[in-house]
Design a protein around this ligand. Structure first.
Ligand code: ADP
Length: 470
């Protein structure tokens, strides 16, 4: 076990995000919710945690043909400085007969022989997960009935940190207090999640399950003299979809005051363009990250300028500074060791790989805040690797910042780096100062990714969240 301070919310969110394409392909709705009282930063082993979540989420999607998969993170208790955190992965899939509930946690056990034929698998995932949960001071169990679905749950003991950001993240947001918000989504679980989140910030959420009802509520509120300043609208709904609803709201002069924020999925092509055409202030890609949603709401409502205190971008900057997970792709061991030492001294978490191929594999399995990519490497060079990474990101909507490490600061090198999809380059030898400057740039860009300035420089498909000018 290797305990470190890590961002628990982000770890869960990243695992969920990694499965969005799979869920989208199966037309299964994938959601996650983190209870408002779960601290964001905790001490534990994010790698082990991720491994269990990946196992359970992979199974849930594998054994579910329709409906939804929800990942819930809950706080169960606290003894001294240890929190007991519970994770649930609930699906609406084929379910498991009662008499198999304990056997499936044993190695090489499967619920029934035909499962293997239909779904493949090794029967090892749950046995490993059970072991890992035990190592984290927790346990794992399942509640399930055939035909209805399964909920796998596990607990882990995670340590407390004194990070002040933990308090900030839980606090209601002054500027949003009592502000009504209309949540429009056809999926009841999604509506509840968004209600819980906005309520946690002190807002007053109302819900509508479709466009017609939403219009009715908006108009009634307007007539009664308390128009909604904000509507969070799911882009993809049966019947009147979110874009049509947005169009109707925009066209109705009585509703012109409402700010619309669209929640879309990364996999639907053209959502960004449609938002822009419709003059929609902002859109976010599902599944939503809480901090992204808050940043976006404060931005579109113009609150961040007035009340600097709750600005989440700032909060994030401060904490991330000590917590960047950085992937290094560099074949030269001396350079590698040098980078590791510099990064560790600055309080970051470096992970090393030796070539582009290894870097791609590592990126597929874990999430990183930044990649430092040597340009010349055996097996697969930095240009090729970057092109591959960007290609994969086109489906996921992620954009991991990649900083090239070039041997010679020749004119043209810079162009080649940017053309391949790298965001910046540093010429060797790398000094602490250069490195620090590049990291600051990454941190700032992360916090500000919704800002118009970035929207202009980064292609739409690469952004996870952005604000568009009406
Ligand atoms: P496998 O590689 O076979 O999936 P696991 O240990 O992960 O191995 O799972 C063991 C068995 O438990 C599976 O073969 C399946 O029969 C059952 N199972 C696991 N998760 C689910 C789920 N979400 N829904 C239905 N059955 C499940």
């Amino acid at each position: 076990m290797d305990p470190v301070t890590f961002d628990l919310h982000r770890t869960v969110e990243d695992v969920v995000r990694a499965f969005t394409l799979k869920a989208y392909e199966k037309r299964v709705e994938l959601m996650h919710e983190i209870a408002n009282d779960v601290p964001r930063f905790m001490v534990g082993d994010p790698g082990r945690l991720r491994q269990i979540l990946v196992n359970l989420l992979g199974n849930a999607l594998k054994f579910t043909q329709q409906g939804e998969v929800v990942v819930r993170t809950l706080r169960k208790g606290k003894t001294g400085k240890e929190f007991e955190i519970q994770f649930d992965v609930a699906d609406t899939g084929i379910g498991i007969p009662r008499n198999k509930h304990s056997a499936i946690f044993e190695a090489f056990a499967q619920a029934d022989a035909s499962t293997t034929r239909n779904y493949g698998g090794t029967g090892l995932g749950l046995a490993i997960s059970a072991k890992l949960a035990g190592m984290m001071g927790g346990r794992i169990w399942v509640e399930s009935s055939p035909g209805k679905g399964s909920t796998f749950s596990f607990t882990a003991q995670l340590g407390e940190t004194s990070s002040p950001e933990n308090q900030a993240a839980l606090m209601p947001q002054g500027g949003l207090l009592h502000m009504p918000v209309l949540v429009v989504d056809d999926n009841a679980t999604n509506r509840r999640i968004l209600q819980d989140i906005t309520q946690g910030w002190g807002m007053k959420p109302y819900e509508a399950e479709g466009g017609d009802l939403a219009l009715e509520i908006l108009l009634r509120a307007k007539d009664e003299g308390h128009a909604f300043p904000l509507a969070l609208i799911d882009g993809h709904m049966p019947g009147m979809d979110g874009f049509e609803l947005a169009k109707r709201i925009k066209e109705d002069p009585r509703l012109s005051g409402a700010t619309i924020m669209m929640l879309t999925s990364a996999e639907s092509q053209g959502d960004a363009a449609r938002c822009r055409e419709l003059g929609i202030s902002a859109y976010l890609i599902k599944p939503i990250r809480k901090t992204e949603l808050l940043t976006a709401i404060l931005t579109v409502l113009g609150h961040d300028a007035e009340s600097p205190a709750p600005a989440p971008a700032k909060t994030e900057t401060v904490t991330r500074e000590t917590l960047l997970r950085i992937l290094i792709a560099e074949d030269n061991h001396i350079n590698q060791a040098l980078l590791v030492r510099m990064l560790e001294k600055m309080g970051h978490i470096p992970v090393t790989t030796e070539n582009g191929l290894q870097a791609i594999e590592r990126l597929a399995a874990e999430s990183f805040d930044l990649v430092l990519m040597d340009v010349q490497m055996p097996e697969m060079d930095g240009f090729q690797a970057t092109r591959k990474i960007r290609e994969q990101e086109r489906v996921t909507g992620f954009h991991v910042p990649i900083v090239a490490l070039t041997a010679n600061a020749m004119k043209g090198d810079e162009d080649d780096c940017l053309k391949a999809g790298m965001d910046r380059y540093l010429s060797k030898p790398i000094s602490g100062e250069k490195l620090r400057e590049a990291l600051t740039w990454v941190i700032e860009r992360q916090g500000q990714s919704w800002q118009a300035e970035v929207s202009q420089t980064v292609p739409a498909s690469d952004r996870q969240a952005e604000a568009l000018r009406p």
